[in-house]
Design a binder for this molecule. Sequence first.
Ligand SMILES: NC(=O)C1=CN([C@@H]2O[C@H](COP(=O)(O)OP(=O)(O)OC[C@H]3O[C@@H](n4cnc5c(N)ncnc54)[C@H](O)[C@@H]3O)[C@@H](O)[C@H]2O)C=CC1
Ligand SMILES: O=C(O)C1=N[C@H](C(=O)O)C[C@H](O)C1
Length: 251
Amino acid sequence: MIRVIINGCCGKMGKVIASMASQNQDFEVVAGIDQNQCQCGFPVYKSLDEVDVDADVVIDFSYHTAVPQLLKAAVIKNLPVVVATTGLDEEEINSLKEASNHIPVFRSANMSLGINVLISLVKEAAKVLSDNFDIEILEMHHNMKKDSPSGTALLIADAINSVLGDRMEYVYGRHSNVDKRDKNEVGIHALRGGTVVGEHEVIFAGHDEIIKISHSARSREIFGNGALLAAKFLINQKPGLYDMESLVKKG
Ligand SMILES: NC(=O)C1=CN([C@@H]2O[C@H](COP(=O)(O)OP(=O)(O)OC[C@H]3O[C@@H](n4cnc5c(N)ncnc54)[C@H](O)[C@@H]3O)[C@@H](O)[C@H]2O)C=CC1
Ligand SMILES: O=C(O)C1=N[C@H](C(=O)O)C[C@H](O)C1
């Protein structure tokens, strides 16, 4: 039985993780952490420092400002952490890399298998098409999402850049642009509205033809499933930084 602490347990994803874990005999949620209070069926603390319950792993779906303190406490407690929270700035990302020198840390902006397959497809397409096709990324999420663009859109852009010699410049929206589009741009555009779970589309626009590769998340359970698989994988790893590619490769 893998004993889980959920950071952000009162949130949309925290509740999904708690529900999925309760239906999976491999997992038990032993505690939650949230700045808010909520009825969860397990004790809820304000910070990991305060948690006095034994656990095997922390799963984090919270807010970017929460991550450095969470990781600091996880290092002290020698607890592996799955970081699913997005919108991290450079300093927060560095805190994550530092923690991974001491504990296993798994980070992915998108825990779904589908997006990680899309990323593989998009990398292959970019290798073939980038000379003659302009690349734009469009994402849409619910009206409660606090960060923009999505971590997934940035993950896709970074994957494209990685196969194009890191020569691409990200352009976020085009409101103030007065020049024509540069070839070495990746446009990234965010839409917000309704209860959209997560839509991502990569558009390769060429001369007289367009290729689109897209993913549509219809339920948050696809992220919950990936996070639980990541937690199961992570508890058997040495200190280091892991991602969905590590999970797929090591199985
Ligand atoms: N990697 C992935 O597959 C996915 C990542 N996410 C990301 O997960 C994060 C959470 O998403 P949602 O659950 O929709 O958001 P949410 O806003 O519903 O939940 C976040 C929870 O974290 C809590 N929180 C905020 N600051 C905190 C702190 N300092 N300490 C403890 N708890 C704190 C909030 O009170 C809230 O209950 C976002 O960054 C989102 O982009 C969401 C879905 C999938
Ligand atoms: O906030 C969300 O809901 C999601 N956030 C992640 C992101 O920023 O990419 C993953 C998923 O798209 C849902």
